[in-house]
Design a protein around this ligand. Structure first.
Ligand SMILES: NC(=O)c1ccc[n+]([C@@H]2O[C@H](COP(=O)([O-])OP(=O)(O)OC[C@H]3O[C@@H](n4cnc5c(N)ncnc54)[C@H](OP(=O)(O)O)[C@@H]3O)[C@@H](O)[C@H]2O)c1
Length: 253
């Protein structure tokens, strides 16, 4: 598997030579960790010294990545399936010993090729909503106890819901995806207000157009050279998360 960074289980010091804010001992769970932005985030957080668990459906790719990026915990599961959420939750908390950061990154485009709403099967809309809205809602809800505990301990707690400009702009052909991301954005804002007293932050972040398999599937004619590297987006997203967390000493595992 081609990895965006050299890895080898190295745990970075709090501020490494590249200027990254280190995250030793930070416990991070990332959905959709085997491709695109999610893969770059797994490598980015591991390079910063975090303890990382990641989720994706393809068990072989999950196992391979967990071998390639030493010290990460791979979890095979489908976040769009209600019955998968508790097994995923138990594995996340069991393997990390708690949770400080959840990144809801896994996503479905809905119909592919992209389709006008009138040509979209109900099942394709259901899949986009199940993956992009209900999955993040259920997983966040199931992990709230662990996140709130982390906040109470002064470690901080952050949920990032990865959104898109399609959540804001009504692009023709992006109806299922755009509606699901718009709902995710609104959910994030409300949840952020509701959880403020618990010390849990809920952020929604649009990573920008990136050179990933999802983008290639959606817009096959795009020149990849015009797109953002997932590694760049991962670094920006990790910086935003580190800024949202309190500065504190965490026990490096
Ligand atoms: N690429 C862009 O230009 C762009 C722009 C704006 C926003 N975004 C957002 O950025 C995020 C990452 O996108 P990407 O382009 O990196 O996607 P990607 O390359 O297609 O990767 C998607 C990842 O999610 C996993 N996944 C998909 N469905 C899943 C499910 N039901 N349960 C668990 N894992 C699942 C995939 O692995 P399996 O198939 O093995 O499950 C894979 O690891 C998404 O939220 C997307 O909406 C992307």
């Amino acid at each position: 598997m081609g990895l965006p960074y050299k890895t080898g289980g190295r745990v970075s010091s709090p501020a490494d030579a590249s200027g990254r804010a280190g995250a030793p001992g930070l416990r991070v769970a990332i959905t959709g960790g085997t491709s695109g932005l999610g893969l770059a985030l797994v490598c980015e957080f591991r390079a910063r010294g975090a303890e990382v668990a990641f989720v994706a459906r393809d068990g072989e790719r999950v196992a391979q990545l967990a071998r390639d990026v030493v010290g990460t915990h791979g979890i095979a599961g489908d976040i769009a399936k209600k019955e998968a959420i508790h097994p995923i939750t138990l594995q996340v908390v069991g393997r990390l010993g708690g949770l400080d950061v959840l990144v809801n990154n896994a996503s479905s485009l809905g119909p592919t090729p992209l389709a006008l709403l009138a040509d979209t099967e109900c099942e394709a809309l259901e899949l986009a909503l199940a993956t992009n809205l209900l999955g993040p809602f259920r997983l966040t809800k199931a992990l709230l106890g662990a996140l709130a505990a982390s906040a109470r301990q002064g470690r901080g707690a952050v949920v990032v819901n990865v959104t898109s400009d399609a959540a804001i702009t009504a692009y023709k052909g992006w109806g299922a995806y755009g509606a699901s991301k718009a709902a995710l954005l609104h959910l994030s804002r409300i949840w952020n207000d509701e959880l403020a007293d618990e010390g849990v932050r809920v952020l929604s972040i649009d990573p920008g157009d990136m050179d990933t398999p999802l983008h290639a599937l959606a817009v096959p004619d795009t020149d990849p050279a015009t797109l953002k590297r997932p590694t760049t987006a991962a670094r920006e997203l990790a910086d935003a998360i580190m800024t949202a967390l309190p500065a504190c000493e965490r026990d490096a595992g």
